[in-house]
Design a protein around this ligand. Structure first.
Ligand SMILES: Nc1ncnc2c1ncn2[C@@H]1O[C@H](COP(=O)(O)OP(=O)(O)OP(=O)(O)O)[C@@H](O)[C@H]1O
Ligand SMILES: [Mg+2]
Length: 241
C-alpha cells in the first residue's frame, strides 16, 4: 500500500478582497454595500505525495502555488476540503517568509530554531547554518532589513535545512541566489532526496523542476489543470506562454 505523506483532498481557499478603495473605518461605515468580495484562490485541488517523492508545483504568477504550500503547511485553513500530513516540515515557505526583518540574522536563527524545537545551544546547528549560508559574523549581527534578497534567501534556506524535517518546502529560493549558492542548493537538495525525504518544489524554471522532481502539477488561476510525470508537466507549462 502507498505510504502517503501528504494528501490534499478537494481543497478550496477563498480570500476576501477589497477592490473598491475603502481605506478607513469611516469609509467602511459609510459604504452601503460590502466593499469586500470573496475571491477563489484555490478551487477543488486534490494531490497526493508519497513519502520520499518530490513534487514540483508550476504555474504563472498568482496561480496559487504559494497558497497551496501554505495550506499544506497548515498556515492557511482551507474553506472546504482536507489536508492530511503524516510528517514534519520546516515552515519556511518563501524567500524571507518566517524571517523577522527587524531582528538580526543571529536572532532569527535563535527564534526559528526554538520554534522548530531545536536546542538553541546546539552550536553545531548554528555553525551549520553559518557555513551553509556563507554569511559572515558581521552580516549575521545586522538586522535582516539591511540584507539583500539573496542574503535573506541564504539565511532562510540555511535555517530550514537545519531543521531535520521529513518534508522540505522550497518556494523559489533558488531564483535569487547567485550561481555559487544555487549549485550548493542543488547538491543539498539531491542529498536530501537520497535520504528519502519528501520535497515540495515551486519554481518558475521548468528545467529545475524536471531535474529535481519525480512528478509535478500545473496550476492555472487556482485550478489544477494537469498532473503527472515532471517532464511532461514542464512541457505543458512551457506551452502556456
Ligand atoms: N493574503 C491574501 N489576501 C488576499 N489575496 C491573496 C493573499 N495571498 C495571496 N492572494 C492572492 O492569491 C492569488 C495566488 O497567490 P499566490 O501567492 O499563491 O500565487 P503564486 O502562484 O505563488 O504566485 P507567484 O508565482 O507570483 O509567487 C493571487 O491572486 C494573490 O493576489
Ligand atoms: Mg509564490
Amino acid at each position: 500500500m502507498a505510504d502517503n505523506i501528504i494528501v490534499v483532498e478537494n481543497v478550496h481557499v477563498n480570500f476576501w478582497e477589497n477592490n473598491v478603495g475603502v481605506y478607513s473605518i469611516k469609509d467602511l461605515i459609510t459604504y452601503r454595500k460590502s466593499p469586500f468580495k470573496n475571491k477563489t484562490i484555490l478551487n477543488n485541488i486534490s494531490v497526493t505525495v508519497e513519502r520520499g517523492e518530490s513534487l514540483g508545483i508550476l504555474g504563472r504568477n498568482g496561480s496559487g502555488k504559494s497558497t497551496l504550500l501554505r495550506t499544506i503547511a497548515g498556515i492557511i485553513k482551507p474553506d472546504k476540503g482536507t489536508v492530511t500530513v503524516n510528517g514534519s516540515f520546516a515552515p519556511i515557505l518563501a524567500i524571507g517568509a518566517g524571517i523577522e526583518v527587524e531582528l538580526t540574522g543571529y536572532e532569527n536563527i535563535a527564534m526559528l530554531l526554538s520554534l522548530y524545537g531545536t536546542k538553541k545551544k546546539n552550536t553545531n546547528v548554528i555553525e551549520n547554518i553559518k557555513s551553509f549560508s556563507e554569511l559572515s559574523d558581521e552580516v549575521l549581527r545586522m538586522p535582516v532589513k539591511q540584507y539583500s534578497s539573496g542574503m535573506s534567501a541564504r539565511l532562510a534556506f540555511s535555517i530550514s535545512l537545519a531543521n531535520d524535517s521529513d518534508i522540505l518546502i522550497i518556494d523559489e529560493v533558488l531564483a535569487v541566489g547567485d550561481q555559487g549558492f544555487q549549485a550548493k542548493c542543488y547538491e543539498k537538495i539531491f542529498q536530501i532526496k537520497k535520504q528519502g525525504k519528501t520535497i515540495l518544489f515551486v519554481s518558475h524554471f521548468p528545467g529545475d523542476v524536471a531535474k529535481i522532481c519525480d512528478k509535478a502539477i500545473l496550476l492555472e488561476k487556482g485550478e489544477l489543470i494537469s498532473s503527472g510525470n515532471a517532464e511532461e508537466i514542464c512541457a505543458k507549462y512551457n506551452q502556456l506562454f
